[in-house]
Write a protein of this length. Sequence first.
Length: 300
Amino acid sequence: MKYIFGLLPTLLLSASCGKTTPETAPPAALVSQKSNVFDDYWYAGEAELSTYKLEQNRYGEMRSGEAVNIFVTEPFLANTQVKADNPKGTDEAAPTVLKLNTIRRFNTGIYDYSLMGSVFTPVSADKFPHTLKATATVQDWCGQTFTQLNHTDDGYRVRLFSYFESEGDVDKNLGEAMLEDEIFTRLRINPEALPTEEVELIPSLFFARTAHTGLKPKKARIEFKTEKEATTVCVVEYLHLDRTLRIEFINDFPHKIVGWTETDNGKVTVRATLKETLKSPYWSQNGSKFAYLRDSLGLR
């Protein structure tokens, strides 16, 4: 089943897609934003950095850690699917993407875990309706794994490199589907454009790796619930997989994510709660004199 996002004029994110019902549709508070509001926030030469208190289940225990979400726009080459260093100097299409780099760190006894994922979702869904690329890497003291999804004419190609014999190296096509990981970027671009109907969804790359399960599309439902006045919860519930993702975000633009939970087999496996947010050109702040900014974000 292919998914179709609402046609969004370039930077004028105004349409919604799919059939909606009063029970599942985004609330009326999630009104579309004028293009200059979107431009002023996402094209100001800064990234949005948010830190979260993290609770992560591993080996049957909840571990305390921290997570960081880094949202930033950048030009991205659609064919080769890498960042465009000089988009004006190439004939290749270079749409603007909203990139999410997400990092989770926590300890398991004597040793630590580090997970990092990246999602590259074009801002203009009318020209580029699919997230172009997603990657994830998991490192601990035993070894590391790397997963990459690339959108092709035949859907998503997945490549997995793992130190586990049972997983081995994988290179296969998953067909056309939506990514669970891209729901985070879609919410930031325009919550109204998310389909509120049954969709084919490729589960989170972090989930697949920590659960040591193969990747393939699963049927899921997406709905929106209003539990607080200022925020909405996007609920992703799989039909044939005991997994639910709940993402709480602020109704008003820029729809900042205040937390999320993941429930697998009836147990909460991930809980993230917002600590601090900072707009910053972090790539130019790598000198020691900028270390104080970590305190502003509550980073250890």
